[in-house]
Design a protein around this ligand. Structure first.
Ligand code: ADP
Length: 168
């Protein structure tokens, strides 16, 4: 019997956006199991801590039965080996993503030759979207509810109350 093909979609997901969700949905239609691996880099300062990022991603992806949300520290390839995952999923927006992604994919291949990086092109409507752009808009009091799921919108409002003031 053919064994299940497991893929890991690593990233900061600070917070998860509709662009990320689009990539997970497409990956989930191809692979048997997709594990969303939320990176905890101890050197990096996040807007949302890992529990919050995890809770938002779990809620936003609860409609996909073959998707698991998890978090990890350290090397991605070590995390992949732990789950016997063979595929790294990454999303591509524009040419500007390519250089960094190319470098990461070749580095991961050096570290673990049996692991493949699989790129999924975003949908045109999400091609400009990034977690950092969304955070900046909310910090400045802007509202963008069509780019993040409702659970993320709620948390962004709580974190950056300037938005609630503007709406009153
Ligand atoms: P990282 O810090 O690893 O870049 P991100 O959470 O920013 O973490 O992104 C994780 C992955 O999702 C990356 O492959 C990134 O290119 C992809 N991604 C981010 N935003 C979008 C989007 N709007 N559409 C498609 N892919 C995206």
């Amino acid at each position: 019997m053919k064994s299940a093909v497991r893929a890991v979609y690593p990233g900061s997901f600070d917070p998860i956006t509709n662009g990320h969700i689009y990539i997970v949905e497409r990956a989930a239609a191809i692979f048997d199991e997709v594990r969303v691996g939320i990176l905890v880099n101890l050197q990096k300062k996040y807007t949302f801590d890992v529990e919050e990022r995890h809770a938002m991603a779990s809620e936003a992806l609860s409609h996909l039965p073959n998707v698991v949300v998890d978090h990890f520290t350290g090397l991605l390839v070590d995390y992949m080996r732990q789950w016997e995952a063979k595929v790294i999923i990454r999303g591509l927006r524009a040419m500007s993503d390519f250089e960094y992604e190319f470098q990461m994919a070749l580095t991961n291949r050096q570290l673990a030759p049996g692991i493949e990086t699989f790129f999924i092109i975003t949908d045109a409507q999400y091609s400009y979207l990034s977690s950092s752009l969304i955070r900046d808009i909310f910090k400045l009091g802007g509202a963008m509810d069509n780019v993040v799921p409702p659970c993320v919108f709620r948390r962004l409002r709580e974190r950056f109350p300037a938005l609630s003031r503007r709406e009153e």
